[in-house]
Design a protein around this ligand. Structure first.
Ligand code: ADP
Ligand code: MG
Length: 363
C-alpha cells in the first residue's frame, strides 16, 4: 500500500486538484485508491461531492479516536476511488490535540490499524494507494499526514518565488525522516497551473528542473479551466472533461507514479499503465450542473483561448486564482518581467540534493 502526502505549505499550488485527479487517474488504471482530506477547508471533500456533517466520521473524528479509519472511508463517483472527508471541525484539531500523547502519529496509527484489520479479514491490503491532501501549513495536520505517508509529492506553481519555502519544506521532510518516519521519501515534484505561453512560467520550470534534476515529473499540469470548473460539479476531471488537457496531464502524472510501484512488493502483479484507460461502461456519467451553485467557489473566469501566435501571453490571467491574490507579479502593462536568475533564488541547503538523490529519477 503506497501512502503519498501531497504537500506544499503554500496555498493555491494545486495540492487538492492533484490529490483528486491523480487519485482518479490511478483508480482508472485499476488501482484501489483512498484519499484523505486533511484540510479543514474540506476542498477535496467538496470537490468530490462527499460531505461529512459535524460529528459524522471524518478525518477529524479519526484523529480524535472517535471513529476508526475504515468507518470514515466513503465511496466517490469514480469506481475504485474513495475518500475520508474533512469538515470545518478539523480547524480545531491542532489546538485540541496540542497536548495529546503521540499527537503526530494519530493518523498513522489509525491507518495502520485499519490496514491490519482488513489484511486479516480479506488477506490483502485494503487499498493500493492512500493519498493525503495537506493544508497549506506545516502544522500538526500536515505532520500527521507526513508521519502516515511513505512518500511525499510536492506540487508547486510555476510562478516567481516558487522555490521560496522549498528549502523549509525539504528541511521538515529531513527532520521527519530522523524523528518520525525514517522511510519518508520524496517521490517527485509536480509543477501545476503551468502556462507555457508565459515566459516567466517557462523560466521558472527551467529553474525548478535545474535545482531538482531528475525529480520533476516530465509533464507539468497545464493551466486548464476545466480543472477549475470540475470541482463545482463535484466531479473529477475524468468525469467532467475526459478529453481535456487536464485529464491528459493527470493521466501522465499517474503513469510516472505507477513507475514507482516496483519498489512496493504489495503492488507487484498489478497491470501496467494503459495508454487507453477504459472506465467500465456507464461508470463515468456526464454530470448535470449542481442546482445550487456551491458557495465556496467563485465562478472560474473564462480564460482567453490560447492563440499560438499570440506574442504577449503575459497578459493572460492565472486561471482559477482569486483576483485579489494574483500570483504572477507583473501587471498586464509590463511588457517584460525581471529576468529570473538562479542567483536570485534563495539558496537551498545541501541536504536537499542529498535527500532527493536517494530516490529514483524521473528523467
Ligand atoms: P491548493 O490545494 O494547493 O490550495 P488547489 O488545488 O485548490 O490548490 O488549486 C487552487 C485553485 O486553482 C483552485 O481554484 C483550482 O480549481 C485551481 N486550479 C488548480 N490547478 C489548476 C489547473 N491546472 N488549471 C486551472 N486551474 C487550476
Ligand atoms: Mg487545498
Amino acid at each position: 500500500m503506497r501512502r503519498i502526502a501531497v504537500i506544499n505549505q503554500k496555498g493555491g499550488v494545486g495540492k487538492t486538484t492533484t490529490t483528486a485527479n491523480l487519485g482518479a487517474a490511478l483508480a482508472l488504471q485499476g488501482r484501489r485508491v483512498v484519499l484523505v482530506d486533511m484540510d479543514a477547508q474540506a476542498n477535496l471533500s467538496l470537490s468530490l461531492d462527499v460531505t461529512a456533517d459535524s460529528g459524522a466520521p471524518s478525518s477529524y473524528t479519526v484523529l480524535l479516536g472517535e471513529a476508526s479509519f475504515g468507518a470514515a472511508v466513503r465511496q466517490t463517483g469514480v469506481p475504485g476511488l474513495s475518500l475520508v472527508p474533512a469538515n470545518i471541525d478539523l480547524s480545531g484539531a491542532e489546538m485540541e490535540l496540542a497536548s495529546a500523547m503521540g499527537r503526530e502519529f494519530l493518523l498513522r496509527d489509525a491507518l495502520a490499524a485499519w490496514a491490519e484489520e482488513e489484511q486479516k479479514r480479506s488477506a490483502r491490503a485494503p487499498a493500493d494507494y492512500v493519498l493525503f491532501d495537506c493544508p497549506p501549513s506545516l502544522g500538526l495536520l500536515s505532520l500527521n499526514a507526513l508521519a502516515a505517508a511513505g512518500e511525499v509529492l510536492i506540487t508547486l506553481q510555476t510562478e516567481f518565488l516558487a522555490l521560496q519555502g522549498m528549502s523549509k519544506l525539504v528541511e521538515i521532510v529531513q527532520l521527519l525522516r530522523k524523528r518520525l518516519n525514517p522511510e519518508l521519501a520524496i517521490t517527485g515534484i509536480l509543477p501545476c497551473l503551468y502556462d507555457s505561453r508565459l515566459k516567466l512560467a517557462r523560466e521558472v520550470l527551467g529553474e525548478i528542473r535545474k535545482y531538482f534534476p531528475g525529480q520533476v515529473l516530465p509533464q507539468p499540469i497545464r493551466s486548464n479551466v476545466k480543472l477549475a470548473e470540475a470541482p463545482s460539479y463535484g466531479k473529477t476531471i475524468f468525469e467532467y472533461a475526459p478529453g481535456s488537457n487536464g485529464a491528459d496531464d493527470y493521466m501522465k502524472a499517474a503513469r510516472e507514479i505507477l513507475r514507482g510501484e516496483s519498489r512496493d512488493s504489495t503492488l507487484a502483479g498489478l497491470p501496467a499503465f494503459q495508454e487507453k484507460y477504459a472506465p467500465p461502461p456507464g461508470a463515468l456519467v456526464t454530470p448535470a450542473p449542481r442546482r445550487v451553485p456551491p458557495p465556496r467557489r467563485a465562478a472560474a473566469p473564462k480564460p482567453a483561448e490560447p492563440k499560438p501566435s499570440a506574442p504577449k501571453a503575459v497578459d493572460v490571467p492565472a486561471i482559477g486564482r482569486p483576483a485579489s491574490a494574483p500570483t504572477v507579479p507583473a501587471p498586464a502593462s509590463a511588457p517584460e518581467r525581471v529576468p529570473l536568475r538562479a542567483e536570485d533564488l534563495p539558496p537551498l541547503p545541501p541536504e536537499v540534493f542529498e535527500i532527493l538523490s536517494r530516490r529514483g529519477s524521473f528523467s
